[in-house]
Structures are given as C-alpha cells and as structure tokens.
Design a protein around this ligand. Structure first.
Ligand code: ATP
Length: 717
C-alpha cells in the first residue's frame, strides 16, 4: 500500500524557511510499499483507541485510525527495530544499546518521522553532552535524507549551549566566559582566602592549608565539577549547616566544601542579574540550580517552547544538573514525546558526575516508566571487533549485522620511534589509495603525537588534529621556540599574526605574569591581557619589547629564574649543551606546576618538552638548524590541504563519530593511562575501538602490551 506524506502541514508555527523545507521533504519522503506500517499496537495501544496518557503526543500529529506513513531514508533500509523506534508514539522511550548499534541513526529517523507528522523543525530539540555528538547527530540527520536546510533548522545542542541560551534569555546578557582553568585560578585562590577569613567560622582548624593553596587548585576544581554535576549541595536541607561530619557523609572534605561556597559567592557577586563569570559546565549548573530554587517563572517560562519532540543522544553521560534541566524541559513541554539513547560502557565523563542511572531508576522514579526498545546489532563493524569490544566491556553480548566486516590488524613495534615511523608509513599508504577513506589515529595523550607528527611531516603526509593542538602550536612548544628566537634576537619565523598572539599568550602563562599598563588598568585581567597581546602581535617588531617589558618584567621570581637559565642554555647555541642542560634549566614540571591547575596538564607540559628536546637532539644537526626545521614544519603544516584524510585526535573528540580506518598506537603497558579511574580508561579504549568501520589497527610494544589487549582477547596472556 503506497502512502504519502501529509498534504497539509500545520501552519501555526511555520516560518517561511521551514515551509520551504517541508515542501522539499514531503516530495522525498513519500513512502513506498516496502515501508512497514507501524501501528499503535507497537506502542501498546489498541488500534483506533484513545491514546493512553503515556502515548500522548498530540504536538506531532493526532493519532488516527489510518495506518501511518513511514519516512523512508535514502541510503539504507531501516531494520524492524529501527522502524519501531521511528514510529513509536510512546511518550517516553529509552534505548540502551552497544556502540555502533544505530542509536544516533534511530534518533535521526525518529526526528524525520516527527517532521513527517507535521512537526515544525523549531518544535524539535535534540540535546547531547558534547560538541562532537552534536556533529554526529547532524551528520545522521543528513544521512537519512533530510535536506540540509531542514537539518539546519532543527536545534541540536549540547546541554551546556542550550542552558546558556535559556539563561541569556532570563538574564538579558552573557557574563564573562572563562575557557582555561588557569583563568579560574585567581578566583579560586581568593575563595580559599575568603573561606579562611570568614568571621564566625565554626571549624577554623579544618581550613588551614600546609604550603601554597595553589597546590590545592586541581583537587578543588575537580571537587567543584562533581558537586555541580551531581548538585549535591542543592539537595541538602537549607537549614542544615555545613560541618566536617556532614562533609564526610557527602564524601568530601570540609575545606573543599567551604571553599566552594566562597567561590560561588565570588562568582555570583557583584551582579544582581547574572554571575560575574562562567566556565564550562556552569551554565547547565546555574540553570538547574535556578530550577530547583523555583527561580524560573512557570508562567511564560523560557523552557516552554511548544516542543513536539525532545531527544537526548549519549544519555549515559547525563549528570544530575543535566537531568534537572531535562526534567524541566519535559515538564514545560508536556505534549512533547521523549526519546533517549545511551550505552553504559561509554561513560567517560564520570568526573563531572555522569551516571548511567539517569537511564534507569532515576528516570523511572522522577519522570515516569519509559517504554524500552532494543537495538541489538552493530551496523558499524563486523563480528570479530564486536566480540573484542564485548569482552573488554565485561563480556557483554555483542552482535554485528550481517553486512559488516572489519579487518583487525596488529602492529607490534619495539620502540616509540619505530611505532611513529610505521604509523606514518601506513598513513602515507592510506593517502595513496584511490578511495577517499578516512584514517583516524586515536591517541590517549597529546604528548604521544610529537614523534608521530614529526614523521608525518617528514613524509609530507597531510593531516589534521582534533581535540588537541598540533605539537607545533602547544603553549610549551611555543615557549621554547620563542625563547630561542629571543636568545638569537631573530623573530623572523614568527611571521603570522595569530602565531605571534599564541606565542605571547604562552609566554605570559608560563611566566605567571599579569599585564601592567596604566592604559589598561580599568579592565579585568583577562581582557587587559587580550588587548595588550593583540596590540604587541600586530607587528613582528612588537615581540621583543613585549617579552622584555611584560613577560620578563612581570614574571614571578621563580619563573623568571627558570626562564633566564633556559635562555642561557639556548644562547650557547650548542646541541649537546641543549640536550644535556635545557630541561634541567627550564624545569618544565616546576614551571608548569606554578601556573597550571590539573595534574594531567602539568604532566603534558613535562612530556611535551621532553619529547621536543629528544626530537631536536635526534635531528643531530645543530640547534639553529633544528629550530629552523620546526619553523619549516610549521610552514608546511600551514600549507596543508583543508580536508586531509588522515587525522590525529583525542578519543574524547572522536566519541559518537566513526571512521573507515581507526589506528590506536601506544597500546603498551603504562601508556594507555590518564588521570581517571581504571574503569574510565577501559571505557575510553572501548569507545576508541568501536569507532572503526572497515579496519582497526592496534600498535603496541610486544615486550609489554597493555593488559586491555589481553582482556579484549586481542593477545593471549
Ligand atoms: N539499517 C542500517 N543499515 C545499514 N547501516 C546502518 C543502519 N542503521 C545505521 N547504520 C549505520 O551504522 C553505523 C552506526 O550507527 P550510529 O552511529 O547510529 O550508531 P550508535 O549506536 O549511535 O553508535 P555510538 O554509540 O558508537 O556512537 C552508522 O554508519 C550508520 O550509518
């Protein structure tokens, strides 16, 4: 039976552009006889009966006795499981399924179906945890066959971006946005001081700090992220005074909780309407907090957006703050249907309070009993990889669709250098293939890219980096390059303005310096620095005076001693002196520890500089030539094509995406680690492996392979 898309779309919410979109879509999506009609019985309702409350979704279209036309995607035939998700009218639907099991695709089909039913694109809201997940969902919306302008009209946003938009609407403006943890550090130190000096403090003995409070910064910020993500403080009784015993009950120390409340006081202080600043995660937290305190008016609430469909991708990464926002959005849009998808083995943000429970008991208790629908097989990769991924994820069952096959390749390499060379050759061979396939090299830590990038550049392989900077642009590498230029008084290789700006910012960061300028005194420190750097970087001759007049003059005494010692080594212009003495003189760990916050970032600086020095020494041609080579490499990199088929990235940046060929190097003991729990490292490898479509290459040192390779059954014990 042939069915056509509805001939008349509801006009109330129709904008001119969405009308155009709909016309295009209705022409494309006329269903064929192949489409399986999905009846109300799929969702538990008797055909023709009044929809029970748990099915109500009149915002999309009224339920009629007519069997419904299904949207037909362009490039593939949805499975019955996918069609059931697409056609469901259940009010709340949750889908928990393995990586690659078509969760995002099924959300895209569900959205297309809502549009078929007459929903305006503006009535659809898709929320995700990360920016890559936003891209992944948009890509699948296009893949199922929705026209580009229609996809653009659908709101696909991270919880943070959505919350920011809502808050802006309430607050009438945006507060300062702090991107780097280092920008937050001065506020943090003020908060420690405030907590320690607050009159009437009942437990001052709990607040004393041995040594510099700066050393506490990382731990404090991590604690804040968990407290905010979990909204622990907001769930306490307002009259309950904080005490060491209560802090212990909550699983935190008293000092962290007191500093947190001082920090929040400072962050909110000064502005009656909005906080002074926000950093990542704060918008979602602020909105959730305002909701819990009933500060968002129900009448005319900015959350009441007349939505017909709300979907959440990567729901396993939801934390309490996001869940609070989601609940309120559902509450304010009661006619909307909801579909959430996730995979508990992909939780890689537990540090921000992510919990798979929001797809289970919390959902059932606080929102309602959902209809759970299955997606049983991977459509991304073949059975061998599915088996490995299943073993890694605590031996869970893992099926693969019949059309998938993935080659698994093992690359034993006896050293990091050999590994870099082999991976670079593989990338070179990849680019020679006729097909425009994409190779993604996934790294656990950015420092692992240095040798590899050097080899890629040597072979003239175009590549892109995602999730971290190319090593040539990392602040610590720019610092070393700028010190060398300063020592020789030759800045000719800093020809581009953005490079000069990045370099001066890196120097200010490591010097621990603040801009001193009478003209900029009226500005806050962040804005003053941005202005001063923009001014100095506008001309190449501005580099030296800025380094002398701001960096070295305002550096902290300890940083200054390190920078001067490093300059003395560089002035010797001797490769051997450099190789033996540079790291000792600069003391990268000490330098970084006094200005950076996260232990992982401090280790990155140490590792990056160590790798850089090793690389320069290995070139073996003299110091000046080695630095010239760095500049040439950078110039070569700047000339690279815009869409290279080889990319290097962090695993976090690849989450939710997929690639024809995935290569994971450094799968050796002690190398696939970071400042997270063993469980989260395992999840990171699970996410990395399951991004592969046709080929997965795993490189490791055969003398000491990672235990994960053994647990996944890739290697025998
Ligand atoms: N019915 C189908 N037939 C063929 N391929 C399909 C089908 N459904 C989905 N796919 C493809 O399967 C792959 C995996 O789908 P998708 O990205 O939706 O999975 P996912 O469950 O969201 O994955 P992850 O959780 O790992 O991000 C995609 O390449 C998608 O285009």
């Amino acid at each position: 039976m042939a069915r056509s898309a509805p001939s008349s779309w509801p006009s109330s919410a129709c904008t001119p552009s969405s009308r155009t979109c709909r016309r295009t879509m209705s022409a494309r999506s006329v269903t064929s006889t192949e489409s399986r009609p999905v009846s109300a019985s799929d969702t538990g309702a008797a055909p023709g009966a009044e929809p029970p409350a748990h099915l109500a979704n009149p915002a999309e279209a009224p339920i009629t006795e007519q069997p419904e036309a299904l949207f037909v995607p362009e490039h593939f035939a949805p499975t019955e499981e996918q069609q059931r998700i697409q056609a469901t009218r259940a009010r709340h639907v949750l889908i928990e399924a393995n990586a690659g099991a078509a969760k995002t695709t099924s959300l895209a089909l569900r959205i297309a179906q809502a549009l078929m039913r007459g929903a305006d694109p503006a009535m659809i809201l898709a929320l995700t945890y990360t920016a890559p997940a936003v891209l992944a969902l948009r890509a699948q919306l296009r893949w199922v066959g929705l026209p580009a302008e229609l996809v653009d009209a659908i709101r696909v946003q991270s919880f943070e971006a959505f919350s920011l938009e809502v808050l802006e609407c309430i607050e009438g403006g945006r507060p300062l946005s702090l991107q780097r943890l280092e920008q937050v550090k001065p506020y943090l130190l003020r908060a420690v001081e405030r907590a320690q000096t607050l009159p009437g403090e009942r437990h001052p003995e709990e607040l004393s700090v041995d040594g510099s409070p700066a050393a506490l910064a990382e731990g404090l910020l991590q604690t804040f992220a968990v407290l905010k993500g979990r909204m622990l403080i907001e769930q306490l009784d307002e009259d309950e005074a904080m005490s060491p015993a209560l802090a212990e009950d909550l699983g935190f120390d008293y000092l962290s909780l007191r500093v947190r409340s001082a920090y929040e006081f400072i962050r909110r202080g000064g502005h009656p309407d909005r906080p002074e600043f926000r950093c990542e995660g704060d918008a979602c937290y602020d909105l959730a907090r305002a909701l819990l305190r009933d500060e968002i008016p129900r009448e005319g609430s900015p959350l009441a957006q007349g939505l017909a469909l709300i979907v959440v991708d990567e729901m396993h990464d939801t934390n309490r703050a996001m869940f609070t926002v989601l609940k309120a959005v559902l509450e304010a849009n009661r006619r909307a249907a909801f579909v959430g998808v996730g995979d508990r083995d992909q939780v890689i943000h537990s540090q921000a309070g992510a919990e798979a429970a929001f797809m289970h008991q919390s959902f059932e208790q606080e929102i309602g009993r959902p209809v759970r629908l299955p997606l049983t097989a991977s459509h991304r990769f073949g059975p061998e990889l599915a088996l490995m991924a299943g073993r890694l994820a605590h031996n869970k069952a893992y099926a693969a669709a019949a059309h998938c096959a993935t080659e698994i390749e093992l690359l034993p390499c006896e050293s990091a250098r050999v590994m870099a060379q082999q991976v670079a050759r593989l990338a070179q061979a990849h680019l020679r293939q006729a097909e425009r396939h994409e190779l993604r090299i996934l790294l656990r830590r950015p420092a692992q890219s240095i040798l590899l990038e050097r080899e890629l550049l040597k072979l003239g392989v175009d590549y892109r980096v995602d999730g971290f900077e190319s090593f040539l642009r990392r602040p610590e590498v720019l610092l070393v390059r700028a010190l060398h230029a300063f020592a020789r008084d030759d800045f000719s290789s800093f020809a581009s303005r953005p490079l000069r700006e990045q370099t001066l910012a890196a120097l200010m960061l490591f010097a621990g310096a603040l801009i001193e300028s009478p003209e900029l005194r009226h500005l806050d420190a962040v804005t003053a620095q941005r202005r001063a750097i923009a001014d100095a970087a506008s001309h190449i001759d501005g580099m030296r005076p800025f380094i002398e007049g701001q960096v070295l003059r305002n550096a902290s005494p300890r940083a200054l001693a390190r920078l001067r010692a490093a300059l003395a080594v560089l002035k010797a212009e001797d490769l051997q002196v450099f190789g033996e003495g540079f790291v000792r003189a600069l003391d990268p760990s000490g330098l970084a520890a006094s200005v950076l916050v996260r232990k992982e970032d401090i280790q990155q600086v140490r590792d990056n500089i160590a790798q850089l020095v090793q690389m320069i020494v290995a070139e073996g041609e003299g110091l000046e030539q080695a630095f010239r080579l760095l500049h040439l490499l950078e110039a070569g990199q700047a000339r690279m094509r815009a869409d290279p088929r080889v990319s290097l990235s962090s695993i976090e940046a690849a989450k939710g995406l997929e690639f024809d060929h995935v290569l994971i190097p450094h799968l050796s003991r002690g190398e696939f680690v970071g400042e997270v729990s063993a469980a989260e490292n395992r999840n990171l490898l699970y996410v990395a492996m399951t991004r592969a479509r046709q080929r997965l290459s795993l490189a490791y040192n055969p003398a000491s392979p990672s235990r994960f390779l053994i647990e996944a059954g890739v290697l025998s014990a």
